[in-house]
Design a protein around this ligand. Structure first.
Ligand SMILES: NC(=O)c1ccc[n+]([C@@H]2O[C@H](COP(=O)([O-])OP(=O)(O)OC[C@H]3O[C@@H](n4cnc5c(N)ncnc54)[C@H](OP(=O)(O)O)[C@@H]3O)[C@@H](O)[C@H]2O)c1
Length: 316
C-alpha cells in the first residue's frame, strides 16, 4: 500500500491513540494532533517505540481555538508539505459540565466538534487537493439517533450567548447536536470538495470503552453510566481499525459523502412516517441515520454558521 501522511486529532487517548498505533504500525507518516503536549508525550513515545516508525510526530493543537488551529496548519504547511488523510477524531463531551465558550466566544461543544474541524479542513484543503487520494473522516456517534424523533432539532440559539437559565444547558444535547452538524458537514463537504478530489466520510460510533482519563472528564453521575456502558462497549482498537479501513481501502477510493456503520456498510436515511414497527426497528438497528441529516435548511445553516464563525481565520 502507498505510504500516506495522516493527521489524527485527539490522538493521545481512546480511539485516536489506537488509530495512530494502527497507522504507525502499517508504516504511514502519522501526525498526532493533541492539545496537551506534556500529557501526550508518553503516548507518542510509546507509539513511536512500539511501531519502530520514525515518521510518527507529535504536534500541538487545541481544536476549540481558531488561533491554535491556524498556528497548527501554518506550521504543518512548512514542516510536512503534504497530507493525504485527515481524521477529525477529537471531541468535547464533558457531560454534566456547565455552559462554556471557546476562546472565540463560541459554545465549546460546537467550537471543538464542528467549527474547529471545519476550519482545519479549510486551512489544509490546498495540501489535500494535491494528494492523489485525499480522505477526510469525521468521528460520528449513534447519539444522533435522537433525531429520529421529528420533534428534535438543532438549536443554534446559544451558540454565542449564555443561556439565561443555566439549568436549560446540557452538554449531552449540545454534543448530540454537534454530531448531527458534523454529519451534515460530511455531506456538504463531499460536494464542496469534489472538484479538488477530496473525499469525505463519517463513521457512526456506537460506543468504545472510555479510558480512565476520559471518564474523569465527565461529572460523577455520567461517569457511573459510562462505567456501566464500558462493560458492553468494544475496545477502541475496533473503531480504530474501521478508521484505517475507511481511510486507506481501495474499495472506498471512488466514494464520498458516505456515513458508515460499525460493519462498514453505508448507512441510508431513515424512512419517515411508515409506522411504529419501522420506527422501532430503525431505532434499534444500525442501518439508517435520521432523515433530519438531509434537511437542506438546517444543513445550510450549519454550513453558513461555520463559514461565518471562521471567515476571518481563513486567509490565504
Ligand atoms: N467512546 C465512545 O463510546 C464514543 C461513542 C461515540 C462517538 N465517539 C467519538 O469518538 C471520538 C473519540 O472519542 P474517545 O472515546 O476515544 O474519547 P477520548 O478517549 O476522551 O478521546 C478524545 C480525545 O479528544 C481530545 N480532545 C478533546 N478536546 C480537544 C481539543 N479542544 N483539542 C484537541 N484535542 C481535544 C482529548 O484530548 P485530552 O486528553 O487533552 O482531553 C482526547 O485525546 C470522539 O469524536 C467521540 O465523540 C466515542
Amino acid at each position: 500500500m502507498k505510504q500516506r501522511t495522516v493527521i489524527v486529532t485527539g490522538a493521545n487517548s481512546g480511539i485516536g491513540k489506537a488509530a495512530v498505533k494502527k497507522f504507525a504500525g502499517e508504516g504511514h507518516t502519522v501526525i498526532m494532533a493533541c492539545r496537551n503536549l506534556e500529557k501526550s508525550r508518553p503516548v507518542f513515545d510509546q507509539v513511536a517505540k512500539e511501531s519502530g516508525n520514525k515518521q510518527v510526530h507529535l504536534e500541538e493543537v487545541d481544536m476549540g481555538s481558531f488561533e491554535s488551529i491556524r498556528t497548527f496548519c501554518s506550521n504543518f504547511h512548512e514542516k510536512y508539505k503534504e497530507l493525504d488523510v485527515l481524521i477529525h477524531n477529537a471531541a468535547y463531551f464533558n457531560h454534566g459540565a456547565p455552559y462554556k465558550q471557546s476562546p472565540n466566544g463560541i459554545e465549546i461543544t460546537f467550537a471543538t466538534n464542528v467549527a474547529g474541524p471545519f476550519l482545519m479542513t479549510m486551512l489544509l484543503r490546498d495540501l489535500l487537493a494535491e494528494s492523489d487520494d485525499a480522505r477526510i473522516l469525521h468521528a460520528g456517534s449513534n447519539i444522533i439517533k435522537h433525531f429520529l424523533n421529528p420533534k428534535k432539532g438543532i438549536d443554534f440559539g446559544h451558540l454565542q450567548k449564555k443561556p439565561a437559565d443555566p439549568r436549560s444547558h446540557s452538554v449531552y444535547i449540545n454534543y448530540r447536536n454537534s454530531k448531527m452538524a458534523l454529519l451534515m458537514l460530511t455531506f456538504r463537504l463531499a460536494e464542496e470538495l469534489a472538484n479538488d478530489g477530496i473525499k469525505t466520510y463519517s463513521i457512526q460510533i456506537n460506543g468504545a470503552t472510555m479510558s480512565k482519563d476520559a471518564l474523569m472528564k465527565v461529572k460523577p453521575r455520567w461517569r457511573m453510566i459510562a462505567r456501566i456502558q464500558n462493560l458492553f462497549f468494544r475496545p477502541p482498537e475496533f473503531t480504530a481499525d474501521l478508521y484505517y479501513e475507511i481511510c486507506t481501502s481501495d474499495r472506498f477510493k471512488n466514494l464520498s459523502g458516505a456515513h458508515f456503520n460499525h460493519k462498514l456498510e453505508i448507512m441510508k436515511p431513515a424512512k419517515v412516517g411508515t409506522g411504529i414497527i419501522t420506527d422501532v426497528k430503525q431505532g434499534f438497528g444500525a442501518d439508517v441515520y435520521p432523515a433530519y441529516a438531509l434537511n437542506k435548511e438546517v444543513s445550510g445553516k450549519v454550513w453558513s454558521t461555520c463559514n461565518e464563525l471562521t471567515h476571518s481565520h481563513i486567509r490565504p
